[in-house]
Design a binder for this molecule. Structure first.
Ligand code: ADP
Ligand code: MG
Length: 277
């Protein structure tokens, strides 16, 4: 429990809680709360009692050595088959995330950026994005966007990421370079406009210009008082553009150290073993 949570409890007696105060208090509330999470992959324990709280308006970076369980954490949050939760809990805006199907998690506002984005032959990116958005809107009881409305939105988001609209007419990720896939993923995030994003090594394979564009995109789309981000990264470079509120070191399935942005600099200089010891 953080000082902020305690402050919230003190200042929000149950009798005061009500829809008329909702938006005001939501600004300070926990968005993602992971408590003592354990998970196995192929019967092998990977997450071993991981706890982490992200408040609305915060960006948290997760760093850690290869094989620590960073990608496993993002898959477990997304509900990927084969990743079995063996203990603990996860709530998003107070909702039991682990009880939801993957598509329900997305409709609830969760977005996952993948370390290795998939290619889908035969389906154009525009088509894929429109279907994704409209199925989420449907699950939330919102009307679907028409083709015209959708294209307007897609154009605006592509422009933000300086992504060529023509490329969005090609099959999903087919023939895209590593950097283009990551930028396309940010365009997707802009279109879906999630409340919480888990971005797994969004910076891998990016040159320095693309890194800046992606960093600016994350800030523009997700740096909001009612949103939150878990940014999984190996290098502190991306954190020059997207300044995290907290940096955590994940090692052997647990958070072993938490600090501010300076922790990322210290890691870069000294390495995981020295800092996490
Ligand atoms: P990170 O993203 O931190 O590098 P991962 O979450 O990808 O780490 O992997 C954590 C551990 O889980 C690694 O030791 C990896 O070998 C193991 N692992 C991942 N997928 C499987 C699988 N399908 N079967 C067994 N072990 C797996
Ligand atoms: Mg990984």
């Amino acid at each position: 429990m953080t000082a902020k949570d305690i402050w919230l409890e003190w200042t929000q007696p149950p009798s005061m809680a009500g829809p008329w105060l909702g938006s005001r208090w939501e600004l300070k509330s926990n968005m993602l709360q992971i408590h003592n999470l354990s998970a196995t992959v192929g019967g092998k324990p990977i997450l071993k009692g991981l706890s982490l709280t992200v408040n609305a308006g915060e960006i948290h970076a997760i760093m850690g050595p290869n094989g620590a369980g960073k990608s496993t954490l993002s898959y477990v949050l997304g509900g990927r088959p084969g990743y079995e939760v063996t203990g603990g809990s996860v709530t998003l805006d107070g909702q039991d995330l682990l009880a939801l199907e993957p598509h329900e998690r997305a409709a609830a506002g969760l977005f996952l950026g993948f370390q290795y984005p998939v290619e889908i032959p035969g389906v154009s990116f525009v088509q894929f994005l429109r279907e994704s958005l409209n199925s989420q809107r449907k699950a939330r009881g919102e009307a679907p966007l028409s083709g015209g409305e959708f294209l307007k939105l897609a154009r605006a988001q592509a422009a933000l990421l300086r992504f060529d609209m023509e490329m969005l007419k090609r099959p999903v990720n087919m023939g895209f370079s590593g950097g283009e896939k990551k930028r396309a993923e940010m365009v997707q995030m802009g279109i879906l406009d999630p409340t919480f994003a888990v971005l797994d090594e969004t910076d891998s394979g990016l040159d320095i210009d693309a890194l800046r564009v992606v960093g600016d995109g994350i800030n523009a789309i997700m740096r909001r008082p009612n949103k939150g981000v878990l940014l999984i990264t190996h290098y502190q470079r991306l954190l020059d553009y997207v300044r995290p509120d907290f940096v955590h070191i994940l090692s052997d399935g647990r958070i072993v150290k938490t600090g501010g942005p300076e922790l990322a600099l210290q890691l870069e200089a000294e390495g995981y073993e020295a800092v996490a010891a």
